[in-house]
Design a protein around this ligand. Structure first.
Ligand SMILES: Cc1ncc(COP(=O)(O)O)c(C=O)c1O
Length: 425
């Protein structure tokens, strides 16, 4: 990006070896560029918090302090406040999952859940299985514990469970520490795992005795099509990560993890070391916000907003993007995944895109290795419809420049299709 400064670090050589395998998140790195006032950002998956009624949150926070100050300002239990856990049990029942309040812990967002699970399960060299591409924050959380990550490709129906079966057969029983999946409106792929594939994935996990982690931040943001039951509704051994970030606000840093009780006991040990307990103030505030029905209307409004933006982005892509590109058509969530011809490098295009006032996340950040260079993730959740139209047009012109050059090379017989762009980062 050209914005990162190289700083001499006199502590180099003292850091834990495991940090060497943790890459900075491209999404986080783009934050500075994205905050320029003329910039149209398709980079961060930022919820549209401007639609969250601040007066209702202010009232909840005020009441939390005025009426439950002694609890809200105090340390709390490591697994979370019982009142909030009861609300979570009800939220889970609405999506078809029955569980007791003692089968979950409140976390500082789903992200903390990922970190705690990695800490609980992983030793250096352990094999784990994810979709490819997968959530960059999960790769970050996992890579600190030095696993070997095997990525299973996806198509429009989510993870290719036939390829998962091949991989598991190669690894053998207990050959991986866990399988990590984002079945709904996958980040970054935008695709949803079909019910048949969900059942097959669970069968395979049982057959090979491998825990499944289901990460589901976007499940309630469906624009069309019927609800698909979570994996956890089909198998009570699935570890499920939920979050208030997308149905309320990420600023509270509240999420939850459900897991079989023995696993939860281990996770709680790691959580105590991490934070003693989550923010009681945030929990009481959320309890008050989720008491009553207003939040449902707010969530419906948010979902309508995201659906409209998805429509606008898909229309703009159809109109402006070159025939060589293909992209997913998500039924919910925040993201469209674009695949460009293999020879194009999205990283090499990013600086030019930023100069043109538009950002996106290059695809290679969503893989543990060099794959995905010819891909980009476009978040439609935050920009206004007008900005989405304009941003896609700007991006298309950057793409067109690259493609023209390439087409000229092909016409001259200098290169053949499938080559990666020369000099790409
Ligand atoms: C797939 C996935 N998992 C986890 C998270 C982290 O969410 P939270 O804000 O709950 O920590 C995100 C955030 O974007 C995400 O996309």
């Amino acid at each position: 990006m050209g914005t990162a400064r190289v700083v001499f670090d006199r502590w180099d050589g003292r850091y834990a070896e495991r940090l060497g395998s943790v890459r900075s998140s491209a999404v986080r790195d783009l934050f500075a560029a994205a905050s320029r006032s003329d910039m149209i950002s398709f980079a961060g998956g930022m919820p549209e918090v401007r639609q969250v009624p601040t007066e209702a949150v202010a009232e909840a926070a005020r009441d939390a302090i005025l009426h439950e100050g002694a609890a809200a300002l105090q340390y709390g239990s490591s697994d979370g406040r019982p009142q909030l856990r009861t609300i979570i049990v009800e939220l889970m029942a609405e999506i078809g999952v029955r569980l007791g309040a003692d089968e979950l812990v409140v976390t500082a967002g789903a992200q903390q859940g990922l970190d705690l699970l990695a800490k609980t399960f992983l030793d250096p060299g352990d094999v784990i299985i994810t979709e490819g591409p997968t959530y960059v924050g999960a790769l970050q959380a996992f890579s600190a514990y030095q696993p070997q990550v095997i990525c299973i490709p996806m198509d429009d129906d989510g993870m290719r469970v036939d390829l998962l079966a091949d991989e598991l057969a190669r690894l053998g029983p207990r050959g991986a520490k866990f399988i990590y999946t984002i079945p709904n409106f996958q980040n970054p792929g935008g695709v949803t795992l079909t019910p048949e594939r969900r059942r097959r994935l669970l069968e395979l996990a049982r057959e090979y005795d491998i825990p499944v982690i289901e990460d589901d931040p976007y499940g309630r943001l469906r624009f069309e099509g019927g609800h698909v039951k979570p994996l956890r509704a089909l198998d009570d051994e699935v570890i499920y990560l939920g979050t208030f970030s997308k149905i309320f606000a990420p600023g509270l840093r509240l999420g939850w993890m459900t897991a079989p009780r023995p696993i939860l006991a281990k996770v709680l040990l790691t959580k105590q070391a991490a934070d003693l307990c989550g923010s009681a103030f945030a929990q009481v505030t959320a309890e008050r916000y989720f008491t009553g029905t207003r939040w449902r209307k707010v969530l419906q409004g948010l979902t309508r907003t995201y659906a409209e933006r998805r429509d606008v982005m898909l229309e703009a892509l159809d109109e402006h993007f070159p025939p060589e590109a293909r992209w997913t058509r998500p039924e919910g969530g925040f993201f469209v995944w674009v695949e460009l011809p293999e020879f194009l490098d999205a990283n090499a295009m990013l600086a030019e895109a930023v100069e043109n006032g538009v950002t996106f996340v290059p695809g290679d950040g969503f893989f543990p290795d060099e794959r995905g260079c010819n891909c980009m993730r476009l978040a439609f959740c935050y920009a206004s419809p007008d900005d989405i139209r304009e941003g896609v047009a700007r991006l298309a012109s950057v793409l067109e420049d690259r493609l023209e050059l390439y087409r000229a090379f092909i016409a001259a017989g200098a290169i053949s299709g499938g080559l990666r762009e020369e000099g790409a980062a």
